[in-house]
Design a protein around this ligand. Structure first.
Ligand SMILES: Nc1nc2c(ncn2[C@@H]2O[C@H](COP(=O)(O)OP(=O)(O)OP(=O)(O)O)[C@@H](O)[C@H]2O)c(=O)[nH]1
Ligand SMILES: [Mg+2]
Length: 199
């Protein structure tokens, strides 16, 4: 198991609070409860690093983590239920529109999906955000431990078709069983490398 260093940087509602950093950044987006925070923990071999974002009031914010002094992970709030709830201090669009427009260090999106579920309109909206910003998307299809290998293959096909992304951009993984995590790391590193080569 590879050691990874992860440090929580900050929670941000707006641009003024984004961490100042030149490091390449990736955003983890996905439905509420899809498994974003668990995946960040699995990628860094921590049991609870990303749950700092669970503290009251912070679940509607962008939570930034620096990993290995090389890359920044941005954990986005889950979408789905309680959308636009009256208690939300900032709406999803208020949070994400400026982020996708202005976060110049952003290199790509890890869209976290439950491998058993068909992507919905909100998932497609996230892919649209990435497309408009010319960012690559990796679909991290988590909870693979819940279904058999053959079902996984069928699900990955359905997911890539629904999102109109290449099947090469889908990675089956399990944060629980730590499966597919190294493959996902390779995809993330590839995403950052490809950007370097094209600029
Ligand atoms: N079996 C299984 N359960 C998982 C996996 N990943 C996450 N879970 C479970 O799914 C639930 C939600 O996980 P979180 O990581 O909190 O999800 P999240 O996307 O960060 O949720 P929000 O921040 O509330 O949007 C938890 O009960 C996890 O234990 C996985 O790969 N396999
Ligand atoms: Mg979370």
């Amino acid at each position: 198991m590879q050691y990874h260093d992860i440090t929580f940087l900050t929670s941000a509602a707006g641009m003024q609070q984004w961490p100042e950093s030149e490091l390449p950044e990736v955003i983890f987006a996905g439905r509420s409860n899809a498994g974003k925070s668990s995946l960040i923990n699995a990628l860094t071999n921590r049991s609870n690093a990303a749950y700092v974002g669970k503290t009251p009031g912070k679940t509607k914010l962008l939570n930034f983590f620096e990993v290995d002094h090389k890359i920044i992970f941005c954990d986005a709030p889950g979408y789905g239920y309680a959308k636009g709830g009256t208690s939300a201090a900032v709406s999803f669009a208020d949070l994400l529109d400026p982020y996708f427009e202005n976060r110049s260090s952003l290199r790509g999106m890890i869209l976290v999906l439950d491998i058993r579920r068909i992507p919905n309109d909100d998932d497609l909206t996230m892919v649209e955000y990435a497309r408009e910003s010319h960012l690559p998307v990796i679909a991290a299809c988590v909870k693979s431990d819940k279904i058999s290998r053959s079902e996984q293959q069928r699900s990955l096909k359905r997911i890539s078709e629904a999102l109109h992304i290449s099947s090469h951009s889908t990675v089956p993984c399990s944060s629980l069983k730590k499966e597919g995590i190294e493959e996902l790391w390779s995809s993330i590193q590839q995403m950052i490398q490809n950007h370097k080569e094209t600029v």
